[in-house]
Design a protein around this ligand. Structure first.
Ligand SMILES: C[S@@+](CC[C@H](N)C(=O)[O-])C[C@H]1O[C@@H](n2cnc3c(N)ncnc32)[C@H](O)[C@@H]1O
Length: 171
């Protein structure tokens, strides 16, 4: 049930793969969240439901009539597992409205030339990455490392890398 698409959603199958709760738990516990926190692709709420009480929780979900591309208000954080066929445009739009952008995606998305350029042109640097094990099916096994990637506006320092490979029980 957890992985069934929401009614009314369209797009690629991999746009509808939902994050296990234990993964979102770890992400939201480790990130220094503050202020306005937007989940731009809420799905079933894995990240949204775990936004800490001291933050203002905000969401989009196209299946419920809120398209992220229509969101123009400033926020402090964008945090989600985005629709996988839209990672580049999601990242580009997120970097116009947020100071911190966090996506649960495969790590290669941080390092293609185009993504490095996109982040650089938007004034962001890769602040940190947390490697996580690939969840069980229906999560596709792509051969790339799953990672929580955190880009921060103005970051010019090195990228901190953490591993949660042994800490997450198969969900
Ligand atoms: C890969 S699923 C992940 C859902 C949730 N973030 C999670 O971690 O479980 C991506 C979600 O993005 C939604 N979505 C796709 N395009 C969107 C858009 N333009 N604006 C808002 N939501 C969108 C899909 O309907 C789907 O629920």
């Amino acid at each position: 049930m957890r992985h069934q698409p929401l009614p009314g959603t369209t797009g690629a199958d991999t746009d509808l793969v939902y994050t296990p709760g234990s993964y979102a738990d770890m992400a939201m516990r480790l990130l220094p969240l503050y202020g306005r926190v937007l989940d731009p692709a809420r799905g079933r709420g894995a990240f949204f439901d775990r936004i800490p009480a001291h933050c203002e929780p905000l969401w989009c979900e196209v299946a419920e009539g809120r398209n992220f591309y229509d969101w123009v208000e400033r926020v402090d954080w964008v945090v989600t597992n985005p629709p996988w066929s839209e990672i580049r445009p999601f990242m580009a739009h997120a970097m116009t409205i947020a100071d911190n952008v966090v996506f649960l995606v495969t790590a290669n998305h941080a390092y293609t030339r185009a993504r490095v350029r996109l982040a650089q042109d938007a004034g962001f640097g890769l602040r940190g990455m947390l490697h996580m094990p690939t969840p069980p099916k229906p999560w596709p096994a792509s051969g790339f490392q799953l990672s929580l990637l955190w880009w921060q506006r103005g970051w010019r320092g090195t990228t901190e890398t953490y591993h949660a490979m042994d800490d997450l029980a198969a969900a």
